[in-house]
Design a protein around this ligand. Structure first.
Ligand SMILES: NC(=O)c1ccc[n+]([C@@H]2O[C@H](COP(=O)([O-])OP(=O)(O)OC[C@H]3O[C@@H](n4cnc5c(N)ncnc54)[C@H](O)[C@@H]3O)[C@@H](O)[C@H]2O)c1
Length: 256
């Protein structure tokens, strides 16, 4: 590893994984630590964050688990306060949290719409708003919000698509506002990566997802995590308001 994040203090939300294997948040947290960052691993389920912390510490990295529900403003302020008190500030906020809804317009009930908007979109607003004062004190920072190619293409998953498209709009708006403070705000739009979030789809869907893209290979949390490392690092110092699509080319083909 090349110490690309040496000396940086990072928060990763949804840093655990909902099941066995490697989610996007877990992979990003591990890669941030491998690149030298100190990482506050935030998850609603503390034991999930602790598992990621265990992996990081096992590799000689520095991380701490923190329990927070990022749909709550007080919890978002709490996680920023924890990183600031423990390590002296905040440089990187990786807003990874997200839940899926696979229902179409007619099937989607109001409570499900509200839940998905809360977790997938409102959490980005609350966490980013909480992070700004701490980043401002450090003279800048990097915020990364996990969207999805589901927010860029038409398909049946109404609430999920709307929330993930909202993330892209949020990032553009906030990047303009925070640019003068030296805070960069970008999105990552993962394609059909194989993570614990989608393991209930089963082996046939897994194979279909793999074959659909031009590259024809399966993506993992590592592929998304490396994008996050780039956007978090000073190598991306001139990049803000963008959406980095990591999808093996799926969005540029008419196949799939
Ligand atoms: N797997 C895919 O194909 C795919 C594709 C596109 C985008 N994504 C996005 O990737 C992100 C998820 O990645 P993952 O693999 O880490 O998911 P995951 O479900 O494995 O892990 C997310 C973690 O977030 C936690 N969490 C859920 N709600 C929370 C809340 N309100 N507050 C705090 N923690 C909460 C869960 O406990 C879980 O441990 C989501 O934003 C998802 O939409 C995934």
């Amino acid at each position: 590893m090349s110490d690309r994040l040496r000396g940086k203090i990072a928060i990763v939300t949804g840093a655990g994984s909902r099941g066995p294997g490697l989610g996007n948040g877990k992979a990003a947290a591990i890669l941030f630590a491998r690149e030298g960052a100190r990482v506050l691993c935030v998850d609603q389920r503390k034991e999930r964050a602790e598992e990621t912390v265990g992996i990081i510490r096992g590799e000689g990295g520095e991380a701490t688990a923190f329990a927070a529900d990022v749909t709550r403003a007080a919890d978002c302020e709490g996680m920023v306060g924890e990183a600031s008190e423990r390590w002296g500030g905040l440089d990187i906020l990786h807003n990874n949290v997200g839940i899926e809804s696979r229902k179409d317009l007619v099937e989607t009930q109001e409570d499900e719409w509200d839940r998905v908007m809360g977790v997938d979109l409102k959490s980005m607003f609350l966490a980013t708003r909480a992070a700004v004062p701490a980043m401002d004190k450090r003279g800048g920072g990097a915020v990364i919000c996990v969207s999805s190619i589901a927010g860029m293409r038409g398909h049946g998953r109404t609430a999920y698509a709307a929330a993930k498209a909202g993330v892209i709009g949020f990032v553009r708006s906030v990047a303009v506002q925070l640019g003068p403070k030296g805070i960069r705000v970008n999105a990552i739009a993962p394609g059909t990566v194989w993570t614990p979030m989608v393991q209930d789809l089963g082996p046939e869907a897994r194979e279909r997802r793999r074959r659909a893209s031009p590259l024809g290979t399966e993506g993992t949390g590592w592929d998304i995590g490396w994008g996050a490392v780039y956007l978090a690092s000073d190598e991306a110092r001139w990049v803000t308001g963008q959406t980095l699509v990591i999808d093996a080319g799926l969005t540029v083909t008419t196949r799939g």
